[in-house]
Design a protein around this ligand. Structure first.
Ligand SMILES: [Zn+2]
Length: 279
């Protein structure tokens, strides 16, 4: 009986001895969590030993599974498939494209549909449904034509009709606007004026740059720094630049940055909340 009692007394002790390690690892688990940098914990001494039970406990069941899973997995894991190139995300639906072409035709634009444009060096560049715009409005030429998306051409034509042509009619001798001298049109390149990390809207056919307005009487108004020059050219440039922001979501020109001192940059980039960048 005594012997049994001793065994019975010893058993709970044994049970406790087995259970005792359980709460112990709980303490080291609590410690690493609040530490922002696990590497900051010194590995020497007791503090270095404390995390070990956690490492022993945690990885073991977890490590067994990944080992099996890795054996089944191929050596080289394929990367996530890339999303569609940016030019493809801008592709117009059949309806929108047809509606845009019809609008251009009704405005009297001279244009022709072109084959899709892509760039082998940069997958995001390109225009899925480009047009070559030779004249946004009857009698207003773009020498050499300009490749762009239909919607860019449509906004250009509407702005010329509603604002630029009327503004020209207020100049002395009322010269008729005859041509836009283009700067950059479609071009697969990065933006200017930042670190070049982003592609320009020119790379998607969303942008058109105007270097000068040419009139039927042979005169021209080049885009240039004209702040406080106090003449007709300044008034015209201010007027067309200001109204351009009603049709385009980005309008940059002289004063915006050094890269835009000799042209107006116009684009139809879509931004969240309809935000516009006009400087
Ligand atoms: Zn530009």
């Amino acid at each position: 009986m005594r012997g049994l009692a001793l065994i019975l007394m010893a058993l709970p002790g044994l049970a406790m001895a087995q259970e005792a390690p359980a709460p112990r690892p709980a303490a080291p688990m609590e410690h690493p969590a609040p530490r922002p940098d696990p590497e900051a914990a010194p590995p020497a001494g007791e503090t270095g030993k404390k995390p070990e039970p956690e490492r022993d406990r945690k990885p073991r069941p977890a490590a067994a599974k990944p080992a099996a899973a890795e054996a089944e997995r191929p050596e080289t894991e394929p990367a996530d498939p890339p999303g569609p190139p940016i030019h493809a995300t801008l592709r117009e639906s059949d309806f929108d494209y047809s509606a845009c072409l019809l609008a251009l035709t009704l405005l009297g634009a001279d244009y022709s549909e072109q084959a899709p444009v892509t760039d082998p060096r940069q997958r995001d560049c390109g225009i899925d449904r480009p047009i070559l715009l030779r004249a946004p409005l009857p009698g207003i030429e773009i020498p050499g034509g300009a490749l762009m998306r239909c919607d860019t051409a449509r906004h250009l034509a509407l702005w010329l009709r509603d604002f630029v042509r009327p503004a020209a009619a207020l100049l002395p001798d009322q010269p008729r606007l005859a041509a836009l001298e283009p700067g950059s049109t479609y071009q697969c390149r990065a933006t200017v004026g930042n670190d070049g990390a982003k592609l320009s809207e020119h790379a998607f056919g969303n942008a058109f740059d105007i270097a000068a307005f040419r009139f039927e009487d042979g005169t021209r108004i080049a885009v240039a720094p004209r702040k406080d020059s106090g003449d007709w050219s300044e008034a015209f440039q201010r007027a067309v630049r200001g109204t351009a922001c009603l049709h385009f979501t980005t309008v940059l020109g002289p004063g915006a940055n050094a890269a835009h001192d000799d042209h107006l940059h116009l684009d139809i980039k879509q931004r969240n909340g309809g935000w516009r960048l006009c400087q």
